[in-house]
Design a protein. Structure first.
Length: 95
């Protein structure tokens, strides 16, 4: 299992949320199994997006395309460039 962790600092959460939801079908076609958007408690404009992927390769493909294709589209709602990290499971705990 793989995840993509995206850290955003956004100007307009509603604009980000619409773009995120509108992109769900494309992410699914690329192998995304779903995800969660978190707001940082100290600043609600800081977002953490955690997406689950079927393979590390698909996660990397998405991460590589994110900045090239969508950063420009999302630029209106960004305060800074998102940080994108591909994660591989190393250990799991039931608690």
């Amino acid at each position: 299992m793989a995840h993509v962790l995206i850290e955003h600092h956004v100007r307009d959460f509603a604009a980000f949320a619409k773009l995120f939801q509108d992109d769900a079908g494309r992410r699914e076609r690329m192998g995304c199994r779903g995800g969660v958007v978190y707001r940082v408690a100290a600043d609600s404009r800081d977002l953490i997006v955690l997406l689950e992927w079927d393979t590390v390769e698909h996660a990397r493909e998405f991460a590589g395309s994110l900045e090239l294709e969508e950063a420009m589209e999302w630029a209106a709602s960004h305060i800074s460039t998102p940080r994108v990290t591909v994660l591989e499971t190393a250990l799991e705990s039931s608690r």
